[in-house]
Ligand binder design. Structure first.
Ligand SMILES: [Zn+2]
Length: 234
C-alpha cells in the first residue's frame, strides 16, 4: 500500500475535509450568526424585562381597567339622561334628571381625576415599559435583516459544502478500503494532521525531527506512519 499516488491522495482528502469543516464551523461561528445570536439574546432579555414590569404593575392595570369601565358607564348614563332631558318632561322629572346628571358628571370627573393620579403614581414604571417597547421595536428590523443575511450566507456555504462533498466522493472512489479505514481511524483518534509531505528530516504532520533509522522504518512500514503522531508521512 506504499504507492505514493494513493498516499498523497490522502492529503487531498484531508484538505477537502478541512474545507468542509471550515464551512460547517462558519455556519455556527460566522460573524452574522454570532451577531444574530447576541441580538436574539438581547431581545429575549428585553421581553423578560417587559414581562417583569407588567407583572409589577398588575395592580395598576386592574385598577385602570376598573376606572375605565366606570368612565364608560358614567358617559353612557349621562347620554341616556341627556336623551330623556330632550323629551317632554314635567317639572319634577326635569329636576330629578338634572340632579342625576349632575351626580354622574361629578362621578365622571372623579373617575377621570383618579385615572390621572393612578397614571402619575406609576409614571416611572410605565415609562420603563414604554422604553422597553421602543427598544424591542428598534431591534426588530435588525433581527429580520440579519436573519435574511444569514440565510443567504448559509445558502452559499451549503453550496460550497456540496461542492466539496462531491469532490470528496469522487476522490474516495479511487481509494482502497483499507486506506479509507486508516483515514477514518486516525480522524476518530483525533490525529490533527493525517497526511503530509516530509520536510527534510521532519515529520510533515507533527514536525518532529526524525532519525535516518526512523525515516527508514516509516518508509518501509505499511502506511508510512510517523511513530510520534501516527500521521502518514509522504
Ligand atoms: Zn509525526
Amino acid at each position: 500500500m506504499n504507492e505514493p499516488f494513493l498516499l498523497s491522495n490522502l492529503i487531498e482528502l484531508q484538505e477537502l475535509d478541512n474545507e468542509i469543516f471550515k464551512l460547517i464551523s462558519q455556519k455556527s461561528e460566522g460573524d452574522t450568526v454570532v451577531k444574530l445570536k447576541s441580538l436574539e439574546l438581547e431581545f429575549k432579555k428585553l421581553q423578560k424585562n417587559k414581562q417583569n414590569y407588567e407583572q409589577d404593575l398588575q395592580l395598576y392595570f386592574d385598577a385602570k381597567d376598573h376606572i375605565e369601565k366606570n368612565i364608560i358607564e358614567s358617559k353612557l348614563k349621562i347620554d341616556t339622561i341627556n336623551e330623556k332631558l330632550g323629551s317632554n318632561l314635567d317639572a319634577s322629572e326635569l329636576q330629578n334628571y338634572n340632579l342625576q346628571k349632575q351626580n354622574f358628571e361629578k362621578n365622571l370627573l372623579d373617575y377621570e381625576k383618579s385615572l390621572i393620579e393612578l397614571n402619575e403614581e406609576n409614571e416611572e414604571e410605565l415609562s420603563n415599559i414604554n422604553k422597553t417597547n421602543q427598544s424591542l421595536e428598534e431591534l426588530k428590523p435588525n433581527l429580520i435583516n440579519l436573519s435574511k443575511t444569514l440565510q443567504t450566507e448559509w445558502k452559499d456555504i451549503d453550496l460550497g459544502i456540496g461542492k466539496y462533498e462531491n469532490e470528496k466522493k469522487l476522490l474516495l472512489t479511487s481509494f482502497p478500503k483499507e486506506i479509507i479505514d486508516l483515514y477514518d481511524d486516525l480522524k476518530s483518534k483525533g490525529v490533527e494532521v493525517i497526511a503530509a509531505y516530509k520536510r527534510e528530516n521532519q515529520c510533515g504532520c507533527c514536525g518532529v525531527e526524525l532519525t535516518s533509522n526512523e525515516i527508514y522504518e516509516i518508509t518501509n512500514s505499511n502506511f508510512q506512519q510517523c511513530p510520534y503522531c501516527m500521521g502518514v508521512v509522504i
